[in-house]
Design a protein around this ligand. Structure first.
Ligand code: ADP
Ligand code: UDP
Length: 237
């Protein structure tokens, strides 16, 4: 598949057009940002790990009946995906309190929920990705009621599947962010990525963080954590 003009450069990936108007090439970078772009850095080898990991996980979800944008891995950093119109919602599923949930609601990190939670943020960097509810999303015309129902169904199904996969790896899935989009025929599919950049992953025994929080919080051993989580996934998938 021929790579044509660059359409977009984001914080972690570049997006290219292809000869197929319904397909894009996504190229994963080693760049890392946190706190809405305020903190910047690089995590050597991250792009290669996130590309591979996201593709392995999306293929697994696809087999379980969750449609995704994944078409084919092209190289260690590049993947061919279905072009979608991104629904501007960050869909966050949580199993355990951490990050902004712990902060906003004044609870300790690590509290295990009786059932998973879901929340939406408006994907809008200028506004700082504000939290919103389903009615807000409808009012803003971001998605239809049916699309929101579909998104919730897929997000919880993805959580159940990913929790099981990570459990086999000795890892607890704390929370993660998903993005969805509409393909040319209007089908809602899982897009963007599933990686340690977009998930909180804790060693089940030691609770050691094996995700981007090592970068956000300057915990050190960032590259090693990405390598370790990838090694465990490859061994157990
Ligand atoms: P950001 O835009 O937040 O800086 P990235 O650096 O990851 O994020 O850039 C990738 C961009 O591509 C994101 O805006 C994401 O919503 C978008 N994207 C992901 N998958 C697809 C797809 N299948 N079709 C179109 N856009 C996509
Ligand atoms: N997340 C993400 N992109 C964002 C915000 C959050 O991928 O722009 C992921 C984050 O990695 C974590 C989950 O979503 O796995 C929940 O993040 P939280 O709301 O706690 O925000 P944070 O603590 O990152 O500000």
């Amino acid at each position: 598949m021929e790579k044509r003009e660059q359409l977009y450069e984001g914080k972690a990936k570049k997006v290219f057009a292809t000869e197929d108007p319904e397909a894009l090439i996504v190229s994963y970078k080693d760049d890392a940002t946190a706190f809405n772009g305020l903190k910047k850095g690089t995590i050597a080898g991250k792009g290669i790990i996130n590309n591979r990991m996201s593709n392995l996980l999306m293929q697994k979800l696809e087999r379980l009946g969750i449609p995704t944008h994944f078409i084919r891995e092209l190289s260690d950093r590049e993947t061919l995906v279905k072009k979608v119109e991104i629904i501007p919602l960050e869909v966050i599923v949580r199993n355990i309190a951490a990050g902004s949930f712990a902060k906003n609601y004044g609870v300790e990190e690590g509290i295990v929920f009786a059932a998973p939670t879901i929340e939406f943020s408006y994907k809008n960097d200028a506004l700082g990705d504000p939290l919103l509810n389903e009615y807000h999303a409808l009012a803003l015309g971001l998605a239809t009621k049916e699309e929101i129902e579909t998104i919730k169904k897929y997000a919880f199904a993805a959580n159940a599947a990913l929790k099981d996969i990570w459990k086999l790896c000795g890892v607890t899935l704390v929370d993660f962010k998903l993005e969805f989009g509409r393909t040319a025929d209007g089908t809602v599919v899982l897009a963007d990525e599933i990686s340690p950049d977009t998930s909180r992953l804790w060693d089940s025994e030691t609770k050691e963080k094996l995700d981007k929080d090592r970068f956000r919080r300057d915990l050190g051993g960032v590259e090693e954590a990405y390598q370790e989580i990838m090694r465990r996934l490859k061994e157990n998938l």
